[in-house]
Each structure stands twice: as C-alpha cells, then as structure tokens.
Ligand binder design. Sequence first.
Ligand SMILES: Cc1ncc(COP(=O)(O)O)c(C=O)c1O
Length: 491
Amino acid sequence: MSTPEISIATLGDIDTDEFRAAAHRAVEWIGGYLDAIRERPVLSQVQPGDIRAALPAVPPEEGERLDVIFEDFERLVLPGITHWNHPRFFAYFGITGSAPGILAELLCAALNVNAMLWRTSPAATEVEEVACDWLRQAVGIPGGFAGVINDTASSSTLYALAAAREAVPDLDVRRRGMEHARLRMYISEEAHSSVEKAGMVLGVGQDNVVKIRTDPNFRMDVEALQKAITSDRREGLVPFAVVATVGTTSVTAVDPVPAIAAICAQEKLWLHVDAAYGGAAAVLDSHRWVLSGCEQADSIVINPHKWLFTPIDCSVLYCRRPELLKRAFSLTPAYLTTGESESVRNLMDYGASLGRRFRGLKLWFVLRAFGVEGARRRIAAHINMAQELRRWIEAAPAFDLLAPTTFSTVVFRHRSNDATNERIHDAVNRSGEAFISHTDVRGRYALRVAIGNLRTTLDDVRVAWDLIQQAALQAARQGGAPGAGSARHGG
Ligand SMILES: Cc1ncc(COP(=O)(O)O)c(C=O)c1O
C-alpha cells in the first residue's frame, strides 16, 4: 500500500482563503444580527428534540464547505437559540456579549493559547493579571487581592472554599482526605445553589452547609450566624468558612458584609464574598458601599460575564492570600516543571483544571473599549431603568414589589395568587417579545425582570411591563391554573 502524499491541500486545515471569505461573512452576519436582534423571539420557540431531529444523526464522511455549514447554522441552529444578547432578555441576570468581547473571543480562538503555564504564553498570564487588577481598581477592592479568571462563579467559589478548607489548621485535607474532618460552612438561605454545591463537591456535605436565616430585606441575620457558629463549636464541629452574598440571585439582597467580616475575624473563619452579579455595581460611587467590608474578606468573586459586558465565560476570583489557593491546587509533575516557576505565576496552580483559555484577553478588550467611566454610565443606565420599572410597579394597584431594588433587578408579583403569576410568566415568555424569569420569595411565586443588556432601552422595559400587565388582565379573565404545555423557567 502506498503512503498518500502529505500535503496541506489534502491533510491540512481549511484553506485560509476559504476561511477569510467565511469569516468576513460571519462578521457581517454578527453585525446584522446585533443590529436587528429585536426582530427575533427572545426565547427559543422550539420544542424539545426539534433541533436534534433536524440534524443528521451520523457525521459527514467527507468534509463540507464552511459556507454550507454556515447556512445550516442559520437555518437549523438559530431557531433553537434563546437570544441572551437580546435587549428584552430580562431573565436570570441580563448580560451582554459586547462587540469588543466578541472580537477578543475571535482572536482568542485564532491564537488557541493554553495558558496553563506562564511560558505556554506569557501574555495570557500577564494580560489576565493586568485585566483582573484593572477590574479590582475599578470596583474599589484594595490592593493586595490577586485576581485569577475562572470559567464561572461556581468554579471560583469552589476553589475559594477549597483554599478555605486547606487553611484549616491541622486538617491537611489535601493529603489525608476528609476522613477526620467535621467541617461546617455558613451561607444565607438566599445564597446561590453553587455555594451549596461547592460544599457537596468538597466533601463538606449538604448537611454541614448551614443556611442562616435572613432579615425582612433578605440579608443574612448576623446574630443567627454567630449563634450557629457558637453552637456548632460546642458540639465539637469545625466551622471553617462563611459565604456572604452581594446581590443574591433571587432578590439581589446585600448581606451585611462588615458585620459578617467582624465575626469571621473573631472566629478565625474564611470569608468568601459572592459578588458575582452585584460586584460590578461598585464601579459607581452610589454603589461603592455594596463591597464595603470586602477588604476584610479572604476571597471575592465578580463575574464580568454577568454585568460587565464580557462574553461568557469570565469569572474573576480575588484572593487576599493566593498562596492558599496554590496550596490547595498546585501539583506539578516533571513534565510541567519550568525554570521560572519561582518568579512567575503558573495559572494551573490556582484551580482544578490544567488547561485554560486566554480569558483575560476579552476582559482587557472590554475594559479598554468602554473605559471605567463607560462601564459606570452603562451600569447606571441599567439601574435607572430598573428604578423606573419599580416606580411603574409601585403605581400599579394590582402588583406588589417584593424586595428593594438595589441593582438592576426588580422582583414583584401580581396580588392575586401563584397560579396567576405563573400564567403571566408563561404568557410573556411565549410571546417571544420578552423573556423574564421567576423565583420563590418566602414561599410565593414572584416575577423577576433583570436588566443588563447594552442594547436595552426604556422602551424595551416598557414593552415587557405592558406585556406583563396584558397577561395579568388575560389571566384574570381566564382564572385558575396555568395552561397545559406552558414552559417553566427557573429564576
Ligand atoms: C449570586 C450568584 N452567584 C453565583 C452564580 C453562579 O454563576 P455561574 O453561572 O458563573 O457559576 C450566580 C448565577 O446567577 C449568582 O447569581
């Protein structure tokens, strides 16, 4: 059998001319997509399995042209997209994959850097260090906190708590495992599920993730926290960490971080602050206070992919003692040793994964393209729109506001009953005109409108509010439980 001739034409990458043509087309398409995004339904209207059924079950035997694949992307894939970049995406937390972020992602893929070691791309490590430090300054976290980028806040919190666990004297979990540990960690009953999940993954166990009750404004009750810690110590358990939240997922409450920090200092507990959403607001003088007390924290997470216009994924974990993060995660086999490891940062040492994307590039692009002042203006605009919506709701006799509007998220409910609220929620989302989410506020079905997209205008918020009111009238006419087949969407 003769060996086939090895040539770029037969065995290499797709020809760069074909790539250029397809890439130009894609960039044109992206521009048009963003310009005309309002014409699309926000929430994908497909049924489960529709997209899979439209795609061939077997892979193509022979390669296909990029333009053919692109056409199928438009025809077959796009109908199954829920448009997170849509200005009337108000569910969960509204976000933006901004133009500078999109551009950086394109370049990131072209460079295809694995930033595991400093030497595997010095710029990937150092741009990340600089971008994290810029963000630190922008939100007013003091010097001395070092930032590292992870995919999500779930990972950042997991890693922070792994460092906290490593810091427990005499435990040596890294070597001995959790056999002898009787660890307890404390979160508020409003903390994000990722925090409890971190407790599960770290072997702390759900039963040892103590959920502290909250005050009428959904903030962790510090007296209850202190009592829980004291009582646990009396029983021979080992408290090791408290997680405070700045901008809780459900109602965007801000835990009293200074008081929690004082308890942590007294009790020698690790304080992790989950500011995944709310931290970005600290760019504003009016909202600097949301991070007060954080200077005493051991770790803080802020997600630029939530409210800082950076495409998913980008979560920054700040640590006051990054050496503890390193102690939890560093493990260097011979093939990863480098001569310069004492003088540089090898990012593989700060988390579970070895390989890492060059995520710092998009944060750097975004911070440069908007500037800190540009970020302030945009975040302030979102907060102002949320305040306007809050005023409309307060003026509407059929609706009740359920929580303070501290950031850009408004949580409210129709006065009638849960079924009506569920109907409203489903009707708005089925319209395709806006996408809102729901949550549970003290056992009651609540509606959530979260503003965070750079294209959102007050008119968009008005469209959503009109839809909600119309749906409420309709629901009142129909009464009863929501219709069969209505989509459910978590908050
Ligand atoms: C307060 C808070 N923390 C953590 C998370 C988890 O974020 P991620 O999706 O980056 O893991 C969320 C998600 O909405 C959140 O609201």
